[in-house]
Design a binder for this molecule. Structure first.
Ligand SMILES: [Zn+2]
Length: 113
C-alpha cells in the first residue's frame, strides 16, 4: 500500500488576482475618417421599381386610374426596354401612367442587332 503524496489541497497563495488586462489601444484610423455608407433602402412593394438601363424586362403593370375602364387590370408586357433606366407604362385606354407591379429582367436578354 503505497501512499503517494497526493496532490493535496495546495495552500498556495498564488491566488489569481483578477487583474483586468489593459484595454487594447484603439487603433487610430489611418488617414481620413470615412463614415460607413448608408445601407441601401430595403425594397418595398410599393416603392418604385428600379431597373437597369438598356435592359429588357418583362413588365407587369396595372392601370390605377379610377375613372379608367381598365382600372386594376393587370397586363404583362413580355418585352419592355428600360432605356436610361426607367420604365413607363402608359395605359392605352386612359393614357395615364400605369403602375408597374413588377419588372423581371429577361434572361437571356434578346439580342438586338
Ligand atoms: Zn387606364
Amino acid at each position: 500500500m503505497s501512499s503517494e503524496p497526493e496532490h493535496a489541497d495546495d495552500i498556495t497563495t498564488e491566488s489569481e488576482s483578477p487583474v483586468d488586462p489593459p484595454p487594447a489601444p484603439d487603433e487610430p484610423d489611418p488617414g481620413e475618417e470615412t463614415p460607413p455608407p448608408p445601407p441601401p433602402p430595403p425594397p418595398s412593394p410599393d416603392g418604385p421599381i428600379t431597373v437597369d438601363p438598356a435592359t429588357w424586362y418583362e413588365v407587369e403593370s396595372a392601370c390605377i386610374t379610377v375613372t379608367c375602364p381598365n382600372l386594376n387590370t393587370t397586363t404583362t408586357e413580355p418585352m419592355v426596354y428600360s432605356n436610361a433606366g426607367t420604365i413607363r407604362m402608359i395605359c392605352g385606354v386612359c393614357g395615364k401612367d400605369r403602375k408597374i407591379l413588377s419588372a423581371v429582367r429577361l434572361d437571356p436578354q434578346p439580342e438586338m442587332s
